[in-house]
Design a protein around this ligand. Structure first.
Ligand code: PBG
Ligand code: ZN
Length: 327
């Protein structure tokens, strides 16, 4: 049957009817809020290209996590901004390193908060690459060993979940083995399985002070032109023991999210990255976009494409907007 017997506008006529047939929803439980921890006390520095997002010293990090809890957000993704760096990224594995300190502080005040840690060396290496260099190239296997040590130190400091973002081959297996052998078989692993070499990470690199001093990340992150390759990345990480797979960035890669959703049974996360956040904030600050409407539309698009979880700098605002019950 088609028009005029069928009229699709019948179910769009009132807000209640529209809600009844709404296919996708975003829940506050789907949101993960990224946080940046810096050494010291009383430090709160706003990232210039990410208004509303701050580098925070541990006690202020706990305060910000308190705001997340109040808004109903149950999970955070923790990044360290290191003031000591070396060519191997050793400070990333220190028992009292910056992420390890932040973790202990968070878990002490909010034991029920799910704390996920980013596992990558770029914020801790003097050259800014995501791994240990041999000549001009990142040494894959040597880097995997270092990442495993880093993940284990996060588990010891109380991480509920570790999230490797480096894109080395075999790092999920190396980290899983280190966690299991180190006595942390229940520490979960969310893999940045499908991570593209993207210009959308620009603002983040200011936030984490993690830009490569020379060259770029195309030797380890994926080529944005590739789709089939994402299935191999996802399959490897699933086989190596990842509990959750992530696609990153989100908005320019919704097709990939959809494809993976259809092929894979693990929970999927989408990373609504810094550049996506910066674009929305910049345009809405000028009055060119309605921030709330655009953010909720973007988050909904990620859910509709197949994301179970969304890592987003908008998490606190989105949680408040969701409470209104309109979305
Ligand atoms: C570190 C890392 C990056 C992001 C998350 N972890 C940057 C990069 O790979 O250069 C990007 C997050 C964002 O842009 O919001 N490997
Ligand atoms: Zn990195």
């Amino acid at each position: 049957m088609s028009f005029p017997q069928s009229r699709l506008r019948r179910l769009r006529r009132t807000p209640t009817l529209r809600r009844m047939v709404r296919e996708t929803v975003c829940r506050v439980d789907d949101l993960i809020y990224p946080l940046f921890v810096v050494p010291g006390t009383g430090r709160r520095r706003e990232i210039s290209s990410m208004p509303g997002i701050f580098q925070l010293s541990p006690e202020l990090l706990v305060e910000e996590a308190g705001r997340a809890r109040e808004a109903g957000v149950g999970a955070v993704l923790l990044f360290g901004v290191a003031d000591d760096k070396d060519d191997r990224g050793n400070p990333a594995c220190a028992e009292y390193g910056i992420v390890q300190q932040g973790l202990r502080a968070l878990k002490k005040t909010f034991p029920e908060l799910a704390v996920i840690t980013d596992v990558c060396l770029c914020a801790y290496t003097s050259h800014g690459h995501c791994g240990i260099l041999r000549g001009n190239e990142v040494d894959n296997d040597e880097t995997c060993r270092q990442l495993a040590a880093m993940a284990l130190s996060h588990a010891r400091a109380g991480a509920d979940m570790v999230a490797p973002s480096d894109m080395m081959d075999g790092r999920v297996a190396a980290i899983r083995r280190a966690l299991d052998e180190g006595g942390f078989p229940m520490t979960a692993l969310m893999s940045y399985a499908v991570k593209f070499a993207s210009a959308y990470y620009g603002p983040f690199r200011e936030a984490a002070d993690s830009a490569p001093r020379s060259g770029d990340r195309r030797g380890y992150q994926m080529d944005p032109a590739n789709r089939r390759e994402t299935f191999r990345e996802a399959a490897f990480d699933a086989e190596e023991g990842a509990d959750i797979l992530m696609v990153k960035p989100a908005l320019a890669y919704l097709d990939i999210l959809r494809d993976l959703r259809e092929r894979c049974d693990l929970p999927l996360a989408a990373y609504n990255v810094s550049g996506e956040y910066a674009m929305v904030k910049a345009a809405s600050a000028r009055g060119w976009l309605d921030e709330e409407q655009v953010v909720m539309e973007n988050l909904l698009a990620m859910k509709r494409a197949g994301a179970d979880l969304i890592i987003t700098y908008h998490a606190l605002d989105a949680a408040r907007w969701l409470k209104k019950g309109e979305y």
